[in-house]
Structure formats: C-alpha cells, structure tokens
Ligand binder design. Structure first.
Ligand code: GAL
Length: 461
C-alpha cells in the first residue's frame, strides 16, 4: 500500500446547518421540518432539539478560527433553506444571506475551500404543509428556485456544490421508517420521495450548468450514502443478495445519474410502486453529477432471505428489507461504535472498488466518514483513541482503494465538532472537537492526529 496520498488530495471536515447552527427562529429564519419534528414527544432522545445546537450561528468567528486550527483544507457545511427563504420560496431573508456571506468570506480569508450542501434535511415547514414536502414536484421546483438564489449570491466564491445530502436517508428514514422528519411510515412513499429528490437534483444541476457554471466555473454533484454489503457465504444466493442490497441502497440513486434509470432489480421487485422516468427526464438526469459524493459509515453481511419472510426484519440501515429479501447481520468479532455500527475498514475499500467498476471510475469525494464514541472530558482534555484507530483503518482502506485505481479526490471527516445527531439528539458524539455543556469547544486528541495526516499527506503505520 502506498502511504502517500496524491498531491492536491483534499482533506476536509463536515457539518450541517441544523446540527450546529441553533438560532432556530432568529433573524428572520422560518421553521424547518426538523424544528417541528423535535417537538413531537418520543421522536428524539431526551427530547433534544437543534434550537441552540452548538450555537454556531452566534460563534461564527470563533468557529472559523477553530476550523483553521484543525488544519483542514476544505470545509463542508450546509445552507439552511428556511434561513434563506423562510417560507420555502419567493421572499429572500437578507440576514440569512449575510450569515453565509460571513461564513464563506471567513473561510476564504483563512485559505479554506468552501463546499456547500444545499439540502441537508431541513425543509421549510411551509413546503411540508403546502405541498406534502418531497412527495410533490412543486417542492422540487421550490428547491431549484432556492438553489438559484444561493448560486447567484454565493457562487462567485463557492466553487463546490452538493445538491442533496443522502436522498436515501430522506426517503427511507423520513418516508419509510418514520424515524426522521417528516416522520411518515410507508412502503410506497419512499420511492415517490426518492423520485422527486432525483428530479429536483437534476433540474438544479441543469440550472447551474446553463446559467451559472459558464461564468462561475464551479463543480456540482450529489452526495449519496452507502454501507458495504458483504455476502455472508460464498453461495450464489448470498452473493446475489449482497449485490441486490447494494443496488437497492446506492444503485437506487446512482444508477439514474450514471446509467439513466433505476436498477433492473428494483423495477422487477417494486413494480408499480417504483415511479417511471420519461425519456426526457432520463436525459436530464444522466450525467447530472460532476463528481461522486459518498458518505460511508459501516458494513453488514447480507444473506438471501427469499421465501423466509420470518427472517427478514426492517433495519434502520437496511432500507425496506422486505422489498429486497435480504437478511442483514454483523460479524461476531466486529467492534461497534456507540451508534452500534460495526467498524470494518475493508468494507470501505470494497465499496469504493464496486463504485469504480459499476460507474466507470468517476472522481469520488468521500463527503463523510466518521464514528461516535462516548468521549469524556478529563482534566480539561478529551482522549479518543478509538476514533484515531477508526480513522487509521478507514484512511488506510482509502489508500488501498487508490492503489487499485479508484479515483478518490478528497476525504471529509464527519464531523468537525460534536453536534445534534438527529433522532439520537446529543447522546452521540461524532466530532474531533468536543463541545461541553457550556458549549466550549475542546479539540480531542483525534484532531491533533488528523492535523498531522493532513500536513504530511500520508497515513503512517
Ligand atoms: C449522515 C448524515 C450526517 C450525520 C452522520 C452520522 O447520515 O449526513 O448528518 O448525522 O450521518 O450519523
């Protein structure tokens, strides 16, 4: 394995608006579906919410300095749609623009490359109420309108855009299992929501390419998430089950973009529950990403569950497994993070190779990878050796994928700082920076470790 990374390899860190900003109803911001979802008893651990979160909105200057100190070269943040367009469309909130202008300028002054995500799940409530959110094409139209506002105000300085973060999570957790906003439970709605998300992405990219890219010269893409699925045994049935699980997970959103349509196996199994793209839509979607954004966290074994309905259960990370006939499990000796996600670096390498083979080796950016542990503050310090071990394993796996010819261009750790972890509230800590009760920021030992990786551009032993 070559320990050195290619010159110019981009080392970054990531966050999202709802998870860190707070100031949920300040300076003209409208409510998002996450603001409201958190109010429903039982949805979020400890009834936590993002009203204050890390108070990043008020501590911007301090956080910019902190970001600089970590040594990261690129910072991935998300823009809060209801902060820019409080009612989802039309009226623009000047204070919202001002906040992101300060953030972007602050990054550039510090020589950090901004990577902006347009949608990281905080849909304006107005659109949920008016159109039923992502079930209606009008939400997609509003998204294009909002995106154009962002391109025209920030695109002179932001050259890296991500349209939508993890449409799979929006569809499955938001519209299938009902554990994320807007909390719907169904085995049909995820496929409808997914369809609208893909179309909204493609239309946004079309607008960017036609109206902004020629002058602004940036790149635009989508970020999908996928775990690795390893066949439990060598049997043809289990191998087919693992392949099927990957196509239902990543293929669902990446096949339309790289091949123009949903995977055949999804069409066969879902029948009329899977919407159909018209030829014009296919042409619009195909090729609508300048890079392959990937968020990756864990691996599971997959085995065939055809005809064994009792063995199939619904896993948060497995999608609607009854549609796939896949049984998921983990290795007995696999170590777990506090999310109960197994630490399996080789799964990361296998997934990267699978992507390169299936999609003709596109340029890949790892837009998230990381882990939660129960970090504790002791004598003013936070030691997190497990996180360092995790990153070592995953960054080595990345280096191996590079050696096999996979075209990975950058890697963003999730996350810069401990934050609001959706339905888990503040009970799960993903950051390389610890945030205490009083919201003080204390870099963990992993932050120092990561800084050295960035400086040397290599992964030592
Ligand atoms: C991703 C998500 C992030 C973060 C992370 C850890 O799915 O994009 O916002 O929460 O998972 O669970």
């Amino acid at each position: 394995m070559n320990k050195k990374f290619p010159e110019g390899f981009l080392w970054g860190g990531a966050t999202s608006a709802y998870q860190i900003e707070g100031a949920w109803l300040e300076d003209g911001k409208g409510p998002s579906i996450w603001d409201v979802f958190c109010m429903i008893p039982g949805k979020v651990i400890n009834h936590d919410n993002g009203n204050t979160a890390c108070d990043h909105y008020h501590r911007l200057e301090e956080d910019l300095d902190l970001i600089k100190k970590t040594g990261i070269r690129a910072y991935r943040f998300s823009i809060s749609w209801p902060r820019i367009l409080p009612a989802g469309r039309e009226a623009v909130n000047p204070k919202g623009l001002e906040f992101y202008n300060r953030l972007i300028d602050g990054l550039i002054q510090r020589d950090i490359v901004p990577w902006a995500t347009l949608y990281h799940w905080d849909l304006p409530v107005a659109l949920e109420m008016e159109y039923d959110g992502w079930l209606d094409a009008r939400t997609g139209e509003a998204f294009v309108e909002y995106a154009a506002v962002c391109f025209s105000h920030f695109g002179d300085r932001v050259k890296n855009w991500i349209t939508i973060n993890e449409p799979w999570v929006v569809a499955i957790l938001g519209y299938g299992l009902g554990v994320f906003a807007p909390g719907k439970k169904s085995n049909t709605l995820p496929y409808l929501a997914g369809h609208q998300l893909i179309l909204a992405h493609a239309k946004t990219v079309e607008v960017y390419r036609k109206q902004f890219q020629p002058v602004q010269q940036g790149q635009i893409g989508i970020t999908n998430n996928c775990d690795w699925r390893e066949p439990l045994t060598d049997s043809p049935e289990d191998r087919a089950a693992a392949q099927r699980a990957l196509e239902f997970f990543l293929g669902w959103f990446s096949d339309p973009i790289y091949k123009g349509d949903y995977p055949e196996v999804m069409k066969q199994r879902l029948g009329p529950r899977l919407p159909v793209f018209s030829p014009e839509e296919q042409a619009l979607i195909r090729g609508s990403s300048d890079f392959f954004g990937l968020n990756h966290y864990t691996t599971m074994y997959a085995s065939d569950a055809s005809g064994k309905k009792e063995a199939v259960s619904v896993y948060g990370n497995g999608g609607l497994s009854e549609d796939q006939d896949v049984h998921l499990s983990i290795g007995r000796d696999w170590k777990l993070t506090t999310m109960q996600w197994a630490i399996v670096p080789w799964g990361f390498r296998n997934l990267l190779v699978w992507i390169a083979e299936r999609y003709e080796n596109p340029p890949v950016y790892i837009t998230e990878n990381g882990c939660a542990f129960d970090d504790q503050l002791a004598q003013g310090l936070v030691h997190d050796p497990e996180r360092i071990e995790f990153f070592k394993g995953y960054i080595r796996a990345l280096a191996e994928a590079l050696d096999s010819g996979v075209d990975v261009r950058g890697y963003f750790i999730w996350s810069l700082m401990d934050n609001f972890e959706w339905a888990s509230g503040y009970s799960k800590k993903f950051g390389i920076i610890y945030v205490d009760q009083a919201l003080n920021r204390i870099p963990k030992t992993s932050a120092e470790w990561y800084r050295r990786i960035i400086e040397t551009n290599e992964i030592g032993s």
